[in-house]
Design a protein around this ligand. Structure first.
Ligand code: CA
Ligand code: CA
Length: 232
């Protein structure tokens, strides 16, 4: 009896699945193709060989760095003093959101180091700077800035920077900092009196001091829409 009940249940299950499939094909038509993956203004994971297409280095950087890859098998490592790399140009827009994974092996002793700039041509509109001695990150919107708490060395940070152009004293910059790919609910830095106006069309990654550090970058994303949680 038990066996017969089980057989009946299995038959009913199969029948309902078959009916569901039949119904789907008739009612829904052809199988819907999945939506394309998110398309960003810039997205670079450093997995290719050498400097990626469209990026411009000053100095010699290791785009194939594997010792401590922050995502995948390769990252960008900048160790050269005042070394920089500039992203491909994207369509200028008043609101630009950038995301990077960032890691440093040391805190500057006496010379603070900028590691991200959001720019309009060669004009720097906003930037993130690792402050000597304290290890806090300052986010600047022109001359206005806010600061995070101190970051730790040899720790991978997930950093979202959200820039909005202003009219002289009302530009905004929110910077979210975390140690995983889920965006925090609240920013670590929030500037509301930013002094620059201008529509960014490129970003720069850099190690803007003369001290010995290994700045590692990965999962570099820029978009005109807000960037939420990123892929692990
Ligand atoms: Ca990578
Ligand atoms: Ca590479």
């Amino acid at each position: 009896m038990k066996k017969q009940l089980l057989l009946l249940a299995a038959l009913l299950c199969f029948a309902s699945l078959a009916w569901a499939n039949f119904g789907y094909q008739i009612v829904e038509g052809p199988v819907v193709v999945a939506a394309p993956a998110t398309s960003y203004l810039v997205e670079e994971n450093a997995e290719g060989t050498g400097t990626p297409s469209g990026w411009a280095d000053t100095g010699t950087h290791d785009w194939d760095y594997t010792t401590t890859a922050l995502r995948g098998s390769q990252s960008l490592s900048i160790t050269e003093n005042y070394g920089t790399t500039t992203s491909p140009t994207f369509s200028a827009t008043a609101n630009v959101n950038a995301f990077i994974r960032f890691r440093t092996d040391s805190i500057p002793a006496s010379s603070s180091a900028t590691f991200l700039q959001i720019r309009d041509g060669s004009t720097v509109l906003c930037y993130l700077r690792l402050i000597a001695g304290t290890g806090v990150i300052r986010g600047y919107h022109g001359t206005a800035y806010g600061a995070s708490s101190a970051i730790s060395v040899d720790t991978t940070y997930y950093i979202w920077a959200e820039y909005a152009s202003g009219s002289g004293a009302d530009g905004t910059l929110d910077v979210y900092i975390d140690t995983d790919n889920t965006k925090p609910a609240s920013p670590s830095i929030s500037v509301t009196t930013g002094t620059t106006s201008g529509d960014p069309d490129n970003i720069k990654l850099l190690k803007d001091n003369g001290e010995a550090h290994n700045f590692i970058f990965d999962q570099i994303i820029v978009d005109d829409a807000t960037i939420g949680d990123v892929d692990a």
